[in-house]
Design a protein around this ligand. Structure first.
Ligand code: FES
Length: 275
C-alpha cells in the first residue's frame, strides 16, 4: 500500500490564512508584561519607600516581603540593611528586594500559562496558532535550555510560602501604632489593598497545574478520599480560571507596591475605613 505524505506545508514567518486579529493578543501580552518587568525592576532597585507607617500604619510592599533586611522601625526578619556581606564593590546600592524577587519571578516565568503567552508574544514561536513561525524545527521543551522550565513543579512550594507571608502582612496591616506606643486594630484602604493582594496571589498560586497534580491529580481514583477530593475540586476550580488569576494578580501586586510607595512618601493619605 502506498503511503501518503501528510506533512503540512511550511509557512513563512507570520504567514497565515486567518482573517481575525490574531496579532492583538500577543501584542497586548507583550506590552503588559514588558511594562510589568520595567516597573518591578525599577521598584526593586529603589530600596526605599517600600514600608508605609503613615498614621501608625504597617504596610509592606509585596515586592519586599519577606523583608529580610530593613531599617529601624521596619518589620525585618534578619537584621539591619545593608547586610555586612553585601560587597562594597557592588555598583548597586543594596535593596532588600534583590533577595526575594527571584522566587515569585521564577514562578511566573515557568508557569504553564505564561509560557504559552510569552513564547508567542516575545519569541513569536509561533506568533499565534496557525501562523508561520521563525523556526523550521521543533524540539519542544525536551532539551536545554527550555527543559529547565520543568523546575516549575518545585518552584510551586516556595511560591506557596510567599502567599502565606503576604497573608501575614495583610494581618499585620490591621495593626495601627498609637501615639503612646500601643497598637490597636483598624482597617485602612491599605489593609484592603494588601489583603486583596494576598487573596489574588493565593488564587493564582493554588490554581497552579502542579498544585492540582500534587493534591490528587496523580491518583487514579479519589473516590475513597473525601477530603482530598474536596481539595482537588477547589484547586481544579481555581485552575480552570488560571489565566484570569494570573493577570489580575499581576496587575494587583504592582498596584499594591504603587499604593504603599505613595503612602510611604505622604503623596496620598491612607483613608481609614474602620478604627
Ligand atoms: S501553572 Fe501557572 S503557576 Fe503553575
Amino acid at each position: 500500500m502506498s503511503q501518503a505524505d501528510l506533512r503540512l506545508p511550511q509557512r513563512g514567518m507570520g504567514a497565515t490564512s486567518r482573517r481575525d486579529a490574531w496579532w492583538l493578543e500577543p501584542l497586548i501580552v507583550f506590552l503588559v508584561l514588558s511594562a510589568f518587568i520595567v516597573y518591578t525592576t525599577w521598584a526593586a532597585f529603589q530600596g526605599v519607600n517600600y514600608f508605609a507607617s503613615q498614621g501608625g500604619a504597617h504596610y509592606l510592599s509585596p515586592f519586599y516581603s519577606p523583608l529580610l533586611y530593613g531599617q529601624n522601625g521596619e518589620p525585618y526578619w534578619i537584621g539591619l540593611a545593608p547586610p555586612s556581606w553585601w560587597p562594597a564593590w557592588s555598583p548597586f546600592a543594596f535593596s532588600p528586594a534583590f533577595l526575594i524577587l527571584a522566587g515569585p519571578a521564577l514562578m511566573r516565568f515557568t508557569c504553564y500559562y505564561y509560557r504559552g503567552a510569552y513564547y508567542k508574544a516575545f519569541w513569536l514561536d509561533p506568533p499565534s496558532c496557525a501562523v508561520g513561525e521563525p523556526r523550521k524545527s521543533y524540539i519542544g521543551e525536551r532539551r536545554f535550555p527550555l527543559i529547565m522550565q520543568n523546575v516549575h513543579r518545585y518552584v510551586f512550594y516556595p511560591a506557596a510560602a510567599f502567599v502565606i507571608v503576604l497573608a501575614w502582612d495583610a494581618i499585620q496591616a490591621t495593626r495601627f501604632v498609637q501615639e503612646d506606643g500601643t497598637t490597636r486594630f483598624g482597617i485602612g484602604l491599605g489593609t484592603v489593598v494588601l489583603a486583596l493582594n494576598a487573596f489574588l496571589l493565593g488564587g493564582y498560586t493554588f490554581g497552579c497545574h502542579c498544585a492540582r497534580h500534587q493534591i490528587g491529580g496523580y491518583l487514579n481514583s479519589l473516590a475513597r478520599r473525601p477530603i482530598r477530593a474536596k481539595c482537588y475540586g477547589c484547586v481544579s476550580a481555581l485552575n480552570r480560571r488560571h489565566m484570569t488569576w494570573a493577570w489580575i494578580s499581576l496587575f494587583w501586586v504592582a498596584l499594591t507596591d504603587v499604593y504603599v510607595r505613595l503612602v510611604a512618601q505622604d503623596i496620598i493619605t491612607d483613608p481609614r475605613i474602620l478604627f
